[in-house]
Design a protein around this ligand. Structure first.
Ligand SMILES: [Zn+2]
Length: 277
């Protein structure tokens, strides 16, 4: 809990029994799963923002089945190779149910590193699932627009398909720290979109420039997956942005789909925070 800050006053939080407290007396209970809720009520746009329980369950089933393991493996290698410290502090912005950050921990420990990791996500269901499964990592429900974490604490920040708020990522990183963004490639999930939409479209290519960061490189990872159960098809759908915005005909076509082959692709974008190490 040592890297989290009070969402009200910004002071560091210290653990006291079953709660975290700042020096101004603001107090946050630690849930029985081990995470802390650091989303101030006025930052919520709904009673339960972010992905819901069923979506988190779908995401976990899909990820645990290994369809995106190739991306997780590459992320692990990139962090190992670009973050040289033995005890790095790693922050997962938009950690979801913890798949990437949990596998990163296991991988680094196997490689003789002892990372201190923390993750933040706006979805309480996601953070609860993450904290329950991945012990040894600190998780908080919080906003990526006002990350409840100490400035300059992180040696690396990973952001896999989560909202990118460059000013906040910059603030949390130490100078010289690594930023690793994962964004969808142009043809990521094209096979899914061919079912959902009469006229499927490619994803837009991302800009790579952010103030305060020096761009290092783009690492494309491409693959093809086949989902051969209706459940897996629906699980994939539930974890995409299309889930909330696909017209009814598309959803019906997908509901009849028993097997799906699609291209998948992540681009990892690597940066260093400008400044002295
Ligand atoms: Zn406070």
């Amino acid at each position: 809990m040592g890297l989290f800050t009070c969402p009200v006053c910004g002071e560091p939080l210290r653990r006291e029994g079953a709660a975290c407290r700042c020096r101004n007396g603001h107090s946050y209970d630690i849930a029985k799963e081990g995470y802390v809720y650091l989303l101030p009520p006025n930052k919520k746009h709904s009673a339960d923002p972010g992905d819901h329980k069923e979506m988190i369950a779908a995401r976990r089933r899909f990820l645990e089945a290994g369809y995106y393991r190739v991306f997780s493996d590459r992320l692990n290698e990139l962090v190992r190779d670009y973050v040289k410290k033995d005890h790095p502090v790693l922050f997962d912005a938009g950690c979801g149910e913890g798949y990437y950050t949990g596998r990163l921990r296991a991988f680094l420990l196997e490689n003789g590193r002892k990372p201190e990791q923390f993750g933040v996500d706006i979805s309480k269901s996601a953070v609860r699932a993450a904290a329950k499964k991945y012990r040894g990592i600190s998780f908080a429900v919080g906003s990526l627009f006002a990350v409840p974490a100490v400035s300059g604490c992180a040696d690396a920040v990973t952001d896999v398909f989560a909202p990118i708020v460059p000013e906040e990522l910059l603030r949390v990183l130490r100078p010289g720290g690594l930023l690793l963004l994962a964004v969808p490639s142009e043809r990521h999930l094209y096979g899914l979109k061919e079912i959902l939409y009469d006229q499927p479209y490619e994803n837009e290519s991302r800009d790579t420039e952010y103030p305060g960061f020096a761009f290092l490189k783009r690492v494309p990872v491409r693959g093809k997956i086949t989902l051969d159960t209706a459940q897996a098809v629906q699980d994939l759908f539930a974890m995409t942005p299309y889930y909330r915005k696909t017209p009814r005909e598309g959803c019906e076509r997908l509901a009849r789909t028993r097997s799906l082959t699609t291209e998948i692709g992540f681009d990892f974008l690597l940066y260093r925070k400008v400044g002295e190490k």
